[in-house]
Structure formats: C-alpha cells, structure tokens
Design a protein around this ligand. Structure first.
Ligand code: SIN
Length: 487
C-alpha cells in the first residue's frame, strides 16, 4: 500500500460521508494507482442500505436547505469554491494518483471543477420567477421556481472532481440536497470534496458521498427510491439507458451526460497547424478518455496527406508515463482491460484495411499505457469510427466535400460534441447549423467551461450542465394563480 502523502493530511478520507459525519464501514475496497498498479488506500464499501440512509438524511436536510436564503446558500458555495482552489496541490495529486492523468491536467481539472462552485454560487441569487399577464381582470398569475428535492448523482472516473461539482453546485444553489456515488476507481477526490464542504459549513445532510465498489445496488437505490426526485448521471450511453429505465417507475427528473462520437472535421481552407494543435488537445486530453474527445478525424481529400504528416509529427512529441512526472503529456488508461479493448479496436481496424501511421501498441511500460495512435484509411462503418474509443487513437477518414463531411459526421446515434476547422465564414455557419450535436467548436479543440451549456442530442443525453441553463435542471416550475381580486 502506497498511501498518498498530502500537505493537508485530513483531505485523505476513506469513510462514507453522511449527514455531515464520517462513517467507517466494516467492508472496504482498495483504490489503486493506474500508473503503478499499487493500492493507495482502503475505502469504505457503501451498500444499498447505507444509500437508503443517506437518501433519508438528504430528505430531512432538504426541508431546511430549501428555505435557507439564496444569499446564504450562495455564500456557502463561494466558501467551498475558495477552499477547493486553496487545496489545488493536494486535490491534483490525489487525482493523478487515483485516475492517472498528468498533474498539469489534474490541476486544470481542479480549477475547472472549482469554477462550477463559483458560477453556481453566483447563480444561486438569480433564480428568478415570473409574473404573467392574466387573461381575466380579477386574477394575477405568477411562476415560482422551486428546488426539485433530493438528487442522486452517479459520477464517472474520468473527471473525478469536475463531474461532481458541475452537478452538486447547481443542485445546492437551487436548494436541493444530494447523494453522490463516485466511480469505484476514483472515490478519493469525491471524499476530499466532502471534507472541504464540511469545513466551509455546508449543512449536515446537504452533500453526502457513498463510496462503493458495488455500483449496481447503490445505483439501483438512487434510481428507485421514491424520495430521490432527480437522477443526474455522467457515463456511457449503455449505462444511461439502464438507469433511465430504472428511474421510469418513480418518474424521476433526469440529466444524462452520455457517450459521444465527436467528429473533428478539417476542411481544405483550414489553418492546418491550428487544426493539428486542436486535434492534439481534443483527442489526447486525458489519454482520450473523455466523452467529448475527437473520436474520428474527417479530413478533406486535398489536405489529407499534409494534415496527417503534421499530426504524426505532433503525436511523436507526446510523452507517455506516470502523471506525476512533469515531463509527461499523457498518462495510462484507467486499467488494463480498458487498454486491451482500445488496442483490440485498433487491431480490428487494421484487419479491415486501415493503415497504422503511428502507435498501435503499449508503450515500453506495458499495459495500461497505450501509445498515442493515428490510423488512416478508416471507413465510417469500422468500429473504431462508429463506436466511442475512449482511448488515445485518432482514426482519420477522407471526405470529398461539405455534404459528405456532414453526412459522415451525423451518421451516428450520438450527438455530444463536434469540432470544425475552416475559414470560410459561410461554410462555418452552414456546417455548424447542420451538425446534430449539442456542442460545436469551431477552430478550437477545447470547449468545456462553466459558462456554457454542456450536453448532447440524440443518444448522447438529456439536459444541460453548467451555464445559466444548468440551474433549470434542478428547479420545478410552479404556476400560481390568485383569483377573486375584483370582488
Ligand atoms: C466528460 O468527458 O464527461 C466531460 C468532459 C468535460 O467536461 O470537458
């Protein structure tokens, strides 16, 4: 066991966090460092019963949290934001240790995650209702916005802090309480967030964390318990579909941030150096393990060879290794099975006629470190193009014209993020409007920010997170009519 050493040792928590208290459990599971395979620490293994207890506690806390003045909720979230920013070094180290991403990416994620706390601390004070011109003279009509209630959150391992704060900050700002089930690979960041929440005065029961190595029973309870009024999930489309079905009998509100198959389209009028720069960011961030990663590079025939040459040259510069090494650009995949599956996809593509431009194997360190890979002559129907890769593989497909690019890009059940590189302003608008995606990035490889709505169309999800739209997911709209005014 290689226990993490933090400047603030109290941020390393291993128990469940319920009702503002740490609860140790007889059953535990090991959290491992994907770079070394070594166990870091044993963490409490939460059960279905414990989840039920947390839901009941969150329901009791809801009664007073919803009535807490918005200004006070805002100030508490602001203090949480400041505490997260102040703990950047420790949180980033924890993240790199349990998730594998390079320290500079972990630091960026801590700031990105904190930004949601800041943003929603500001939004908390601006959840306005409405008055409506009534259709009868003796009436007045209004619209109130009220918190949904207890929220269940199931969060992924690829962004162990930001995917929690993006949900919890909006929920708490609206006056909801929340029970979070972090991914079994990365509970330490979630528990550190809980410790900071406790310190800054988030009231008992408002923010609860159930770490577990058994996602199914805990997830089942969050989806089926009648006191949970909303489920918010980030993860794969397959799991999202199963959770939606479980939520149906109690007709819960849902936000689903699901899988993606992002096209990265390079037109012949693009600045190719900028496009390569953007492709590296959009493809290899977090070793390709993000829902908005460029999943397939669509390149116009006339610039294909030049683009591929420049891309391969840039990929050669990427250093893969343990994320704690400051020279490293890309860490391991989350575990060996994930790495194996990614290389299997590469193998299948090569068998089907794709060409290997670079990579296609484990690095010298072996699994789960996969070399950044570029494949050419990929056809849209190949699994490496049609399915979400979740690894550092860039499949390149040639297209002839705008119409074909759009057809290929939209030829998928997914619709999360798309990237376009072009200079012709008419083309930029036409393509942006034609793409069936919730987020379209033009001439940039990065789009995530707290100020913009994050979410997808089609089978990539329901609802939006972040931005002023994000709060809508956590409020009910109540219409009130006041009659009899003329008598
Ligand atoms: C995700 O991959 O689920 C989130 C990515 C982001 O917020 O940038």
């Amino acid at each position: 066991m290689t226990r993490p050493t933090l400047e603030d040792a109290e941020l390393l928590r291993v128990d469940a966090f319920i009702n503002g208290r740490w609860q140790s459990l007889p059953d535990t599971f090991l959290v491992k460092n994907p770079s070394t395979g070594s166990p870091l620490v044993a963490v409490a293994n939460g059960s279905r019963e414990l989840t039920r207890e947390a839901i009941e506690v969150a329901s009791a806390a809801f009664a007073s949290w919803r009535r807490t003045p918005a200004k006070e909720r805002s100030e508490i979230l602001r203090r949480w934001f400041e505490a997260v920013v102040a703990a950047e070094d420790d949180l980033a180290l924890l993240m790199t240790l349990e998730q594998g991403k390079p320290l500079h990416e972990s630091r960026a994620e801590v700031r990105y995650g904190a930004a949601f706390l800041e943003w929603f601390s500001e939004e908390a004070r601006r959840i306005y209702g409405d008055t409506l011109p009534a259709e009868k003279s003796d009436r007045r009509m209004m619209v109130l916005k009220e918190p949904v209630g207890v929220v269940g959150a199931i969060t992924p391992w690829n962004f162990p802090i930001a995917m929690i704060t993006r949900k919890a900050a909006a929920a708490l700002a609206a006056g909801c309480t929340i029970v979070v089930k972090p991914a079994e690979d990365t509970p330490l960041c979630a528990l550190a967030l809980a410790e900071l929440a406790r310190r800054v005065g988030v009231p008992a029961g408002v923010f609860n964390v159930i770490p577990t190595a058994e996602p199914n029973p805990v997830g089942h309870e969050l989806c089926t318990h009648p006191l949970v009024r909303k489920l918010t999930f980030t993860g794969s489309t397959k799991v999202g579909q199963a959770l939606l079905a479980k939520c149906a009998p109690t007709v819960k509100r849902v936000t689903m941030e699901l899988g993606g198959n992002a096209p990265f389209i390079v037109f012949e009028d693009a600045d190719l150096d900028a496009a390569v720069h953007g492709a590296i960011a959009a493809k290899f961030r977090n070793a390709g393990q993000t829902c908005i990663c460029a999943n397939r590079l669509l390149v116009q025939a006339s610039v294909h060879d030049t683009f591929v040459e420049k891309l391969v040259a840039a990929v050669k510069q990427l250093v893969v290794g343990d994320g704690r090494d400051p020279a490293v650009h890309m860490g391991p995949l989350i575990h060996e099975e994930a790495a194996h599956n990614v290389l299997q996809m590469v193998e299948t593509a090569l068998d089907g006629g794709a060409q290997l431009a670079i990579g296609g194997q484990y690095t010298r360190r072996g699994a789960p470190f996969v070399s950044p890979t570029v494949l050419t002559q990929v056809r849209p129907e190949m699994s490496v193009s049609a399915e979400e890769i979740f690894g550092p593989v860039a499949p390149v497909t040639v297209f002839q014209d705008e119409k074909e690019a759009i057809e290929i890009a939209n030829g998928t059940p997914y619709g999360l993020a798309a990237y376009v590189y072009a200079r012709d302003i008419g083309r930029v608008w036409r393509v942006m409007e034609s793409l069936e995606y919730g987020m379209v990035a033009i001439n940039t490889g990065t789009l995530s920010t707290e100020v913009a709505p994050f979410g997808g169309m089609k089978q990539s999800g329901l609802g939006r997170e972040g931005s002023h739209y994000g709060i809508d997911e956590y409020v009910e709209i109540k219409y009130g009519v006041l009659g009899g005014l003329d008598t």
